[in-house]
Design a protein around this ligand. Structure first.
Ligand code: FAD
Ligand code: FES
Length: 345
């Protein structure tokens, strides 16, 4: 909607904001936030589905491998999560897709896979992320994906014609492979797929790499999957002295399992106090206690979750470093209480 019309609408509709009326006519016409309408939810496996979204005008083009942060309202509460884009960059109809695997007890993933329907509105943030192919496409590529970690790689495979790809893919069973039929149909001399079905024939381990992909040292590598796979890949390429060839996309931050003593967390404005373990992020502790916590990526990237510290000290769950002065902004998704803590929320 042109800005002159918006200004006119603003004069006519005061004291309500024109946005309030516009979104009644069409929920995508919000001037406050970027939105998209769900047009379809397509099952992929028993617990994964692709969400097809028609974004409002102004949605920027994405690069294959990037992700989008979405806001979804569940029982009146806005939750924010991040999903890799799975549609090709060149999609002509203006829509995009992301693909979600429902995880046990996952609030948003289960809602998206099992309860979201055409017509539902999502709040969107522009695509971002560095897990992309360079402009000058590498001659030889190795993709290593586990479970839902196939999603950013699928975006790349659908967007680019690559001359020489080896794709090592893991999933619990053949039927649990997200996009299984599509990747199997793509097999050719330029795209060689190696599937590992963990529950049937065992997981991929790096001692098999020489046999599966003898020239792995010459390949540019993109890895996305469970934490242990990513950690092992990091060690493998570091030991080979070619870490610069390796790109990792983590869906969850790598946090210390045994971080130290926790403490009581006081959320001052909401009047809530919760006892939090030393390995529990303050974001998780607050949400579990019913506090409406701001959040975004939940892995230390976006800073949506920061809250001012009123008292106490916190531990960075990625490094173990204990820090905090009154007034500091604490990233609650990657920080735990290190003793009693008070936050301004
Ligand atoms: C850059 C990026 C891209 C991502 N792309 C995708 C994607 O394309 N498809 C997709 O399905 N997910 C993707 N994710 C993960 C996604 O953002 C959510 O973390 C995931 O859907 C779980 O959210 P939830 O609300 O269902 O779980 P929550 O309610 O937040 O958590 C429920 C429980 O599951 C654990 N948990 C949280 N996340 C995960 C996880 N990823 N794996 C296993 N256990 C977890 C929590 O610790 C908690 O115990 C991506 C994440 C990032 C950071
Ligand atoms: S939620 Fe993104 S940095 Fe904490």
């Amino acid at each position: 909607m042109p800005s002159t019309l918006l200004r006119a609408a603003s004069r006519l509709t005061t004291p309500f904001l024109p946005d309030d009326y516009l979104t009644l006519v069409n929920p995508l016409w919000s001037t406050r936030e970027l939105r998209g309408r769900v047009e379809a939810v397509v099952p992929e496996t028993a617990d994964a589905a692709t969400v097809v979204v028609r974004p409002a005008r102004g949605w920027p083009a994405h690069q294959a491998g990037q992700y989008v942060r979405i806001g979804v309202d569940i029982d009146g509460v806005r939750h924010s999560r991040t999903y890799s884009l799975t549609s090709p960059m060149q999609r002509a109809d203006g829509r995009f897709t992301f693909t979600v695997k429902a995880i046990p007890d996952g609030v948003v993933s289960n809602h998206l896979v099992r309860a979201t329907k055409p017509g539902d509105v999502l709040v969107l943030e522009p695509p971002q992320g560095e897990f992309v192919l360079p402009d000058r496409r590498p001659a030889k590529v190795l993709f290593l994906t586990g479970g839902s970690g196939i999603t950013p790689v699928m975006g790349m495979l659908r967007s680019h014609r690559l001359a020489d790809v080896v794709h090592i893919l893991g999933a619990p069973t053949r039927s649990a492979v997200v996009f299984g039929a599509e990747v199997r149909s793509m097999q050719s001399p330029s795209y060689r797929l190696h599937e590992f079905h963990d529950d049937v024939s065992g997981m991929f381990t790096f001692d098999q790499l020489d046999e599966i992909c003898p020239d792995w040292r010459e390949r540019e590598v993109w890895v996305c999957g469970p934490g242990p796979l990513m950690d092992a890949a990091e060690v493998h390429w570091k030991d080979a002295g070619i870490s610069e060839r390796l790109r990792l996309e983590r869906f969850r931050p790598r946090l210390l399992a045994d971080a130290g003593e926790g403490g009581e967390v006081v959320f001052a404005k909401s009047g809530t106090t919760v006892a939090a373990a030393g390995s529990t992020a303050i974001l998780d502790a607050g949400e579990a206690a019913g506090v409406l916590m701001p959040s975004g990526c939940r892995m230390g990237i976006c800073y949506t979750c920061v809250l001012p510290l009123k008292a106490g000290r916190v531990r960075d769950l990625r490094t173990g470093e204990v820090h905090g002065e009154e007034g500091d902004l604490v990233q609650t998704c990657i920080s735990a209480a290190a003793g009693p803590v008070e936050l301004d929320l």
